[in-house]
Design a protein around this ligand. Structure first.
Ligand SMILES: [Zn+2]
Length: 476
């Protein structure tokens, strides 16, 4: 009887779980997007705007060429919008809306790129900085991350200006030149300009999510993952110190042994899994779209949580959504094979789940390694705490959701936790609605091209990016 009752509850909950997908959204009208958008993208890929945390290693002429190119290729944007160069290279525009009582929107991206790892150039089918167009793709560093967003937004605005369009609300466009090295001079500075002007933003849209073309386990439909939160970041250095001396008379454990033991303990005691926040929102959106058995599990999380966590955590990407991750990345110890080491150090990178904090990570690490003689220090200035979780009932989320449905009718929309870091974190005091999404279709195979080899975007996908921003802006 009890079993039957339980089954009844499970089934009832399953039927109660309603789709959260917006329905009845009109398909975006057909617009011929000129091939000049592809030429523009290919041209800017040729500019080697490579970031470096050492400012003396930056080829500033390339950044200058980029801003000059934008001014010349987008004449209406240049002449009709108010433009400021922030810290010389970052581009910041204001497109005044008709209705000053509406809160403005900020569309953002970055045009610096990561370097190509030396020795891997030969693995590229088309050279990383030639902007070659081949087999329906534009190849090169920045075609995904993130010149696509910058040029895509500019193309959309230029097109709408040509049509004589003026948005209801003001749009700001912010394109940083140092996102890959933390965005201190680009996005951070633009955020402080807006803060000084006491601007409150309706919503912010940055890179971060994408359309996962091959779906997820149990749901093989394309899914537009819209980042509603992002993880924090901290690297800790662990230092074990020994007395040194000749290796013929060693103590029972050297500093290397102490350090190895600490790392081993950290790997064996990962941060606990938690199915909550952005990851839980994602399941709220995807559960109702799944086949009955999966849908039943998602609708009855009060009972099925451990099963869902165990299934999601099987993949590294799923596991990253559920806890603060621990990744030992650099080891340094010992000078000579017959000399006992003094300092042995390890750098360990943590990506912090919303709800945890930099301070919490340090506390946890000290508790797990159980060795007071090992020093624990933050690497760099400080870590970054995770973001807050943006609302999925806001106007901004609804606009993005509607625009996705109108441009990509076959796609499901879901909130998502961005496991990397984006420049949008600098805007946390200017809006409580920060979203991270790039309207490009990716397979698992394509994701490796990010910061990797053979980065590319198809001509069709890039035209869809332009189309998406046109649609989003014209919805106001
Ligand atoms: Zn990026």
């Amino acid at each position: 009887m009890i079993i039957l009752g339980l089954f009844g509850v499970l089934v009832l909950n399953t039927f109660r779980s309603q789709s959260k997908q917006l329905s009845g959204v009109k398909k975006a009208g057909e617009i011929i997007i000129s091939d000049s958008v592809i030429t523009h993208l290919s041209d800017v890929i040729k500019l080697r705007t490579v970031s470096n945390s050492d400012p003396t290693m930056i080829d500033s002429a390339q950044f200058q060429k980029f801003t000059d190119y934008v001014a010349q290729a987008f004449p209406l944007v240049q002449n009709r919008l108010e433009m400021e160069n922030v810290n010389t290279y970052a581009l910041f525009y204001e497109w005044k809306g008709k209705n000053p009582s509406l809160k403005p929107v900020l569309l953002m991206g970055h045009f610096d790129v990561v370097p190509v790892i030396q020795g891997t150039e030969r693995l590229w089918e088309h050279k990383p900085f030639d902007g070659e167009i081949a087999n329906g793709f534009v190849y090169g560093r920045g075609t995904l991350d993130d010149k696509t967003t910058v040029i895509g937004v500019l193309e959309a605005v230029e097109y709408l200006l040509k049509e004589g369009f003026q948005p209801e609300r003001t749009f700001y466009l912010a394109f940083g030149h140092d996102e890959e090295v933390l965005g201190k001079y680009g996005a951070k500075e633009i955020a402080s300009i807006l803060a000084k002007r006491k601007v409150e933003l309706e919503y912010v849209l940055d890179e971060g999510g994408m359309i996962k073309q091959d779906g997820i386990e149990g749901l093989k439909k394309p899914i537009a993952m819209v980042g509603v939160a992002e993880k924090g970041y901290v690297t800790l250095q662990l230092t074990a110190t020994g007395e040194g001396g000749h290796s013929s008379m060693p103590p029972p454990q050297t500093s290397i042994g102490d350090l190895a033991e600490a790392i081993d303990r950290l790997q064996k005691h990962p941060f606990p899994y938690r199915l909550e926040g952005a990851a839980a929102y994602m399941l709220d959106y995807l559960g109702p779209e799944m086949p009955f058995a999966n849908k039943m599990a998602m609708a009855n999380r009060w009972l099925m949580k451990p099963v869902i966590i165990s299934s999601l955590s099987k993949s590294n990407s799923g596991s990253a959504m559920l806890h603060t991750t621990t990744a030992p990345t650099i080891l340094d110890a010992g000078l000579k094979e017959n000399v006992l080491p003094i300092d042995a150090t390890a750098k360990i990178n943590f990506r912090i789940l919303p709800g945890d904090s930099v301070a919490g990570v340090i506390k946890y690490v000290k508790k797990v390694i159980k060795n007071d003689s090992i020093k624990v220090d933050i690497v760099g200035e400080s870590g970054t705490d995770p973001s807050f979780i943006s609302d999925t009932t806001s106007l901004g989320f609804r606009m993005i959701h509607t625009t996705i449905k109108s441009c990509f009718p076959d796609v499901l929309v879901a909130p998502y936790l961005v496991v990397g870091a984006t420049d949008s974190r600098h805007f946390k005091n200017l809006s409580c609605n920060i979203y991270r999404f790039m309207p490009v279709r990716f397979t698992d195979e394509d994701i490796k091209r990010f910061h990797g080899t053979n980065e590319r975007i198809s001509i069709e996908d890039f035209k869809n990016v332009v189309r998406f921003y046109m649609e989003l802006i014209s919805r106001g």
